[in-house]
Design a protein around this ligand. Sequence first.
Ligand code: FAD
Length: 318
Amino acid sequence: MKVTDHIKNAKGKTLFSFEVISPQKGKNIQELYNNIDPLMEFNPPFIDVTTSREEYVYLDKGEGLLDRKITRMRPGTVGICAALKHKYNVDTVPHVLCGGFTKEETEYLLVDCHYLGIDNVMALRGDAMKHEQYFNTTNGGHTYASELVVQIQNLNAGKYLHDVIDADDRADFCIGVAGYPEKHIEAPSLQSDLKRLKEKVDAGADYVVTQMFFDNQKYFEFVEAAKKVGIDVPIIPGIKPIAVKRHLQLLPHVFKIDLPEVLISAVEKCKDNKAVRQVGIEWCIEQSKELFDAGVPVLHYYSMGKSDNIKAVAKAIF
Ligand code: FAD
């Protein structure tokens, strides 16, 4: 079922959902199941599965020589979505990227999703490759997520690439896109980023999931500003409990977000990461309560491969 239909059917009740990272190449899927199992009691209508783009690995050839190979370290997003759907009878949302994929590869992936009965996809540009400072368009791929949304909507209309076939089957994907309450790093201003978000919605995106934030005010202001520019689709808040002291540097660096002073000093006072984890859970519960009371459509948690803290938060809210 579509994410937007789950929201409609909930009739104003806030739903619980979360995002998982696909396992590293060579790792057993059981670890992923072990992390998802404890969260299923909270009845998530859908689970997101991230996608990672390709990266370079360097193989030692001896005599000081390195052989550079390109590989995808976390392959199999669509397969994992199918496995989770089958095992838990839950809707799954594969993340689909511009970076690292040609339009043809994207079409194959979407056709697979359609055959597997996957009704939702999250359309994202992806970041630059690890060794690059800026995002470069993959040869034969898309430059912006809005173009990916157009490709998915074309498929929904039965229009395939290089339209030489007589298509009598259409997809009907519900499309999610990313939104940034604290602005995407490359956007010159929050207002211009919102204009770009509106372009994604105008191209056919059905809902927005936000980048993580730790100050709810930023989300509430973002939703208001989005409404003002005419964005009228559900805006799902994505949040995450801080888990280790290093997150104080890592999260702002990777996700280009600010942390509130009160949270920073609470984490700094912690003697060890066990205490940090507890602070993170308590902060996330408070955030979740306020968002829940404000009637957000879904509380979407970034699990980052661990579920004990998300379970503690969900238990306090749902
Ligand atoms: P876009 O919407 O294309 O925007 C990228 C930048 O370009 C923005 O600054 C925007 O303002 C600007 N822009 C957009 N259109 C135009 C235009 N026409 N002209 C000029 N500028 C323009 N990354 C992964 O690799 N894998 C994942 O699974 C993943 N999941 C994510 C889930 C969520 C909920 C979020 C919020 C992010 C996720 N990301 C993921 C990260 C995301 O890929 C990066 O933040 C990426 O840098 C931007 O992606 P986007 O889809 O927002 O890009």
